[in-house]
Design a protein around this ligand. Structure first.
Ligand SMILES: N=CN[C@@H](CCC(=O)O)C(=O)O
Ligand SMILES: [Zn+2]
Length: 412
């Protein structure tokens, strides 16, 4: 018999399913949610709640989907405090700092990488994250990238191959491009669901990015792009042209880039009709590198599908706090709380292709959808110690996540 759990007396429920509730986020007041095993079985008014094996009284607090963090780099060793201090003293961020982490990662044992990843995943979970993507990209040899993907798959919901992070120090760029689109990709492909490329000066240029995206697609892998982070470049247009799942960073966008992202979804589809490219903004990274904030308000107004992610990594964004990212997106990027919460949950799910039933996890198993509180979805939920999601921005810096369920199991 599958056990049932009723979360009752919810003051404000954010479902992200507009057939269940009102306004953006499909909100219900005085609601209840029934979990059966790993899935949501029922959502509705508390007054009509069915019986269950166990009942939790939410005491009028807010319940929402767990965060879906669609962009992190959590398989690494070492520390970049000195680089951060130099940046805060006026130095600019440059892609070359990645090599410092590459050296430390190569020198670390598997156990060290696993322990660091577990520590970071634990931190994220305590802050309400229930679905996590993470990337390789600090190994940059065939063996080290395979090892990074293996380590990532032990704890992440989605693993992305980022061999095209930078050309490692001392390696010929043309030879590295052959490797990253050849032997390295072949070795890592069975372990990952997508391929990413850092399209930026100091990393990979337009022609190199194009080749990486085309090779990945020819192997049947989804793609993502790190684009428009340090200046205006071709990353966004290439991502749209190649049907990438997402393009991430976006501090330097033209109106044409914004129109291309919005247009990639087709009229009025917002992810439900034709697949487009998600615009993923990384507020903590923009702050931590003192770069312009991505134009999230303009993107939403233009009709783009926006995701918010932490970009947790030791160089540009050493935080996994999605609550902090949501607050920043509201206070600094001009999103409403409901828009930001949706971008950090359903937006992330769309960026990962996990918003529909039947996505395949890194271990090859079909999984239910995430980012929504709706019958059939995975029971990934967070209860706030607050009456509404508005408190996430109204009380910035406060850790409001009180309880977290992942696949129906209480993990916080
Ligand atoms: N921009 C490329 N990659 C990471 C930074 C990696 C690093 O500096 O270690 C990012 O997304 O910001
Ligand atoms: Zn990144």
């Amino acid at each position: 018999m599958v056990r049932t759990l009723l979360i009752d007396n919810i003051g404000e429920l954010t479902t992200n399913d507009e057939t269940l509730g009102s306004g953006l986020g499909g909100r219900l007041a005085d609601a209840a949610v029934l979990i059966e095993g790993e899935r949501i079985a029922w959502v509705g008014p508390a007054a009509q709640a069915p019986a269950a094996d166990e009942r939790i009284d939410a005491e009028g607090r807010a319940l929402l989907p767990g965060w879906v963090d669609s962009h992190t780099h959590m398989v690494f060793a070492g520390d970049r405090t000195a680089e951060f201090e130099a940046r805060m003293a006026g130095e600019a961020y440059a892609a070359g700092g990645i090599n410092v982490t590459v050296n430390a990662t190569r020198a670390a044992s598997d156990a060290e990488l696993e322990a660091n990843l577990a520590r970071l995943v634990g931190e994220a979970r305590r802050d309400g994250t229930t679905t996590m993507e993470t990337k390789t990209g600090y190994g940059l040899t065939v063996a080290d990238e395979v090892r990074s993907a293996r380590v990532a798959a032990t704890q992440a919901d989605a693993v992305t191959f980022l061999g095209a992070h930078v050309v490692p120090a001392g390696v010929d760029p043309a030879a590295y491009l052959d490797l990253v689109t050849g032997k390295m990709l072949d070795a890592v492909a069975p372990l990952v669901s997508a391929v990413d490329v850092f399209c930026e000066s100091g990393a990979f240029d337009e022609a190199q990015t194009r080749r990486i995206l085309e090779t990945a697609a020819a192997k049947g892998l989804a793609t993502r792009v790190h684009g428009n982070q340090l200046g205006h470049g071709p990353g966004t247009q290439l991502a749209v042209e190649h049907g990438s799942l997402s393009v991430d960073h976006l501090g330097f966008l033209t109106d044409d880039d914004i129109a291309a992202l919005a247009g990639s979804w087709g009229e009025g589809s917002r992810g439900t009709v034709a697949r487009g490219t998600v615009a993923t903004v990384l507020p903590a990274c923009d702050l931590s590198t003192r770069m312009p904030l991505a134009p999230a308000r303009k993107l939403v107004d233009a009709g783009a599908v926006v995701a918010i992610a932490s970009n947790c990594n030791p160089g540009t964004s050493y935080t996994s706090s999605m609550g902090f990212c949501v607050a920043t997106a509201v206070l600094q990027m001009g999103l409403t709380v409901q828009e930001a919460v949706r971008a950090a949950t359903l937006g992330g799910a769309i960026a990962l292709g996990m918003h529909e039933d039947g996505w395949i996890d890194p271990r090859g198993a079909a999984q239910p959808r995430v980012g929504v509180v709706s019958p059939g979805a995975r029971a990934d939920l967070q209860l706030l110690n607050a009456p509404s999601v508005t408190h996430l921005a109204y009380r910035p810096g406060m850790r409001l996540t009180e309880a977290v369920w992942k696949a129906g199991t209480r993990v916080v």
